[in-house]
Design a protein around this ligand. Sequence first.
Ligand code: P6P
Length: 334
Amino acid sequence: MNFNLALPVGTTLDRFIMRKEKDFPYATGELSQLLRDIALAGKIVNREINRAGLLDVTGAFGQQNVQGEEQQKLDVIANIRFIRALRNGGEVCAIISEEEEEIIQTGNTKGKYIVAIDPLDGSSNIDVNVSIGTIFSIYRRKSETGCDGTLEDCLQNGTQQVAAGYIIYGSSTMLVYTTGNGVNGFTYEPSLGEFFLSHPDIKTPATGTVYSCNEGGVNSFPEGIKNYLNYCKENGYSGRYIGSLVADFHRNLLKGGIYIYPSTAKAPNGKLRLMYECNALAFIVEQAGGKATDGNRRIMELEPTELHQRCPLVIGSTEMVDKVEAFMKSEVAV
Ligand code: P6P
């Protein structure tokens, strides 16, 4: 008898995780519990985002984060919520967060996992009700259990991820994640407090006609990127740029398209962070049949040297990313 391993739409996240647990080489239930902890924190953050206009949680917090960016109140709230959920869950020994300069030791010295997280990406859009998101990567620690997580545990390249995902707080709230066996999307039903499988086995189209890029900095873009953007316009592509990476990425993942944040004069290494933005989305897009590079090199093979290092990002439909690389190479050839 052939069992249909593709679980039906409507399966709860918990049941899905349990049924898929056997697909995961370290199926000891700890990663499953860690995914549940992240989903729980996402539900709590979702509630606070949805009420933001009614509570005094919109606007700036009055401090800057390690990136020198103005922290929004919800940035700080989301950071606290995810750190607390991961600390209380017990599976994570250390966390890298966009909102924290140093590695956060959870005290769970027996925890086998490291989490790199952007608790609330695109948060400057909160006050104008534009979709925002949480992005996370999960690694197994390399050091022995029984002590704090080490810098080496945290600075692993993207191919070492055991899971990655994002939560998009949009017209509906969705959790999209992979453990290396495909990508699945779950839609949150607030009245039941549950995520339900709504997008099983997501595959991104091989090509598309949407490009997402802030062209305000185009004068300082690499020539290859400039030439690719001109190619898009000459071929009648549509520019769609929300200013919220998770929202642009999610649309392109489902419909086909490309997101580009290249090196610019203001951001010579690009703006986005390797450890808790680019690697996670690169794992997801590759698992969905897409591609992610820095314009030349595979994102997941970039060797991290700093917790908050930035890298250029070209991510989305494979044929579109390949086209960018061709333009970048012809730039080099010139
Ligand atoms: P710019 C938000 O700050 C973010 O990290 C991404 O979500 C978004 O795509 C990008 O930066 C927007 O940056 O320079 O276009 O405002």
